[in-house]
Design a binder for this molecule. Structure first.
Ligand code: CO
Length: 613
């Protein structure tokens, strides 16, 4: 018998509905789902913590408690990103342990733990914490294809996870690339090497061959397969639950689940799908076997496209695809999953736009230092030298990255929260929300978060709190989905019509907020002066000594003040480009005479930042 691990309430909608399914959509069907007898249901973790507080004005802890109450017979699972928990950076051990304690307390039974680099050192603390809490730890290996990712290595890692006390293990194929041969190889290899705990295969439909891989997995002895209800599966989503149940009926792998009940449940999710139809992207629903060649997951592809568009270099797309493969190899073949997909992707874009390793974001430096963990294969020495300098060997850390993060984080955050949000309920859950997401979490906790619209609410009244640009980022093909409540003439009096200024770029449910705003700086013709209200009387960007930006991004830090002396090559500012830090180096020797931009400004490629004489 094979059992199924249903993903409908977590990975399914994270993959194809931008993680937007709400608690109110889950509860009405929860009781029926609870009757099926799934091995477990993944309902929490991943992006389902971030999205509810960011976009839905929903408390993720409350969701977990409500689901637990509605599904008392089913084990509820969460996806835990090792030392990153449910965020995108490392936390100290104390926070990881506390989080797991709270998750268990609020209703989580099983914890699926993975690390992007398969650096098992990053997984040890959460695994131990889960076992100490008396919960079920499922240890994962992130699946990718490369010369260093051999079947033997995967089997070894799975056996280590079992040895550490994991009650089940999992092959996590987040890009949907696993072939029947590899599914068979790893599962059979694990069993033949004496692996005893149940083995689970997680995959997506992306390559189009996952059904075959599932069958191969069954024949190799897989215990659990990950599926999601059919209306929210396929494409970059998962494999349909009903189809797998039907396929295995009458075989020795029969799940024994009631197919009629599942078809009833299916009807419910068809309705839910309609509520979010504006989020469905056609490309995400298509099978794309090219993932087997370039290995770039769907979410990362769309990220690359939007980065190139913003830099005005869409024609470089195929060049970037080739460069991504090259950079990944040079960096020791990291699996392309958050956060390594961003490191490799942004470096590749920068290499194509500015020359190979001419611009190096801080994240590439961190990666090469080992701040994300140990790379699967060695990073090429010539790359290490380019990124970290001639003494690169001294720069590399040998300890576990989380050993270097701030201590006493809990007490510090607790104090901060009490100061910033006096009067809020200081529960451990609220403090944890703030600790994980200080900015978004604070907005949520202080009641400033606004629930996003659903398809049924379109078109939106123009007074709706969602900005026009945010709506448009979902529905670029529609000219205007707002109801105009005032005549166009009236709007003209108020000033020029706003251009889209904000974009949410989402990659597999991870968020990049990109704001494009007139900064009051001096926007050059190349940045589209025709559309943007420019400040008048600005300096001539072609005058001598005008320090310009190299690319579009958010001005994170100014490193100089008026009166400072700088040399050519000195870092004068740090730009944040798609969540990555990028240094802006002075083009001149001289003294900073005037600074035209402020920290926090959005700058366009070629904007004048300061005058150096
Ligand atoms: Co997945």
């Amino acid at each position: 018998m094979v059992e199924l691990h249903d993903q409908t309430f977590r990975d399914a909608h994270q993959s194809i509905l931008a993680t937007r399914m709400r608690t109110e959509d889950m509860l009405p069907i929860a009781e029926k789902m609870d009757e099926i007898g799934f091995w477990s249901m993944e309902v929490w973790g991943g992006a389902t913590f971030d999205v509810p507080i960011r976009f839905l004005n929903e408390d993720p802890w409350e969701r977990l408690r409500k689901l637990k109450k509605a599904m008392p017979n089913t084990k509820l699972q969460m996806l835990e990103r090792a030392m990153n928990i449910v965020a995108y950076w490392n936390f100290p051990d104390e926070i990881v342990k506390k989080f797991i304690h709270l998750a268990k307390k609020n209703g989580c039974d099983y914890f699926r733990i993975f690390d992007a680099l398969n650096d098992l050192r990053n997984m040890e603390t959460p695994i131990k914490a889960v076992i100490e809490e008396g919960a079920h730890a499922q240890g994962c290996v992130s699946y990718t294809i490369s010369p260093v990712h051999t079947i033997e290595r995967y089997v070894d890692d799975l056996l280590t996870l079992e040895k550490w006390g994991c009650q089940s293990v999992c092959i996590k194929d987040m890009a949907g690339m696993i072939s029947p041969r590899y599914a068979d190889g790893i599962i059979r290899g694990y069993k033949e090497a004496g692996g005893k705990v149940p083995i689970d295969l997680h995959s997506h439909y992306t390559s189009g061959m996952t059904g075959m891989s599932f069958w191969a997995a069954c024949e190799a002895g897989v215990d659990i397969l990950d599926t999601s209800m059919s209306p929210i599966s396929g494409g970059t989503g998962g494999v349909p639950t009903e189809s797998v149940v039907a396929a295995l009926q009458g075989t020795k792998y029969d799940t024994g689940y009631d197919l009629h009940k599942l078809i009833e449940i299916r009807k419910y999710f068809i309705e839910i799908w309609h509520k979010y139809r504006h989020l469905i992207r056609q490309e995400a629903m298509k099978v794309d076997p090219s993932v087997m060649v370039h290995q770039i997951p769907g979410g990362m592809l769309s990220n690359l496209v939007s980065q190139l568009e913003m830099q005005g270099a869409s024609d470089k797309f195929y060049e970037v695809l080739d460069e991504t493969a090259r950079v990944r190899e040079e960096m020791g073949y990291p699996p392309l999953v958050t956060p390594t997909s961003q490191v490799v992707g942004v470096q590749s874009v920068m290499n194509v736009l500015f020359g190979r390793y001419k611009k190096i974001p801080k994240e590439t430096i961190d990666y090469c230092k080992g701040m994300y963990g140990k790379s699967p294969g060695p990073i090429k020495p010539e790359i290490m030298e380019k990124v970290l300098g001639p003494n690169w060997k001294d720069e590399v850390i040998t300890c576990r990255p989380a050993d270097l993060v701030e201590k006493n984080m809990w007490d510090v955050r607790k104090k901060e929260l009490a100061e910033k949000a006096p009067g809020i309920d200081m529960t451990d859950e609220n403090i944890m929300t703030y600790t994980l997401f200080p900015e978004v979490g604070l907005k949520f906790l202080t009641g400033e978060a606004v629930p996003e619209f659903t398809s049924d609410q379109l078109p939106l009244n123009k007074d709706h709190p969602m900005t026009r640009a945010m709506v448009k980022s979902f529905l670029p093909e529609l000219p205007d989905i707002y109801i105009e409540t005032e005549p166009p003439e009236a709007r003209q009096v108020a000033g020029p019509a706003p251009i889209p200024t904000e974009f949410n770029v989402e990659v597999d449910g991870d968020f990049f907020e990109v704001k494009v705003e007139p900064t009051g700086g001096f926007i050059t013709a190349a940045a589209g002066a025709g559309d943007v209200p420019c400040a008048t009387g600005g300096p001539d960007p072609n005058a001598p000594g005008m320090q310009k930006t190299g690319c579009q991004g958010n001005l994170w830090k100014l490193k100089v003040e008026v009166g400072d002396k700088v040399k050519k090559g000195d870092v004068v500012a740090i730009l944040e480009v798609m969540k990555m830090e990028s240094n802006i180096e002075s083009d001149f020797d001289g003294e900073v005479k005037e600074i035209f931009v402020n920290e926090g400004d959005m700058v366009q490629s070629g904007d004048v930042m300061m005058k150096i004489e």
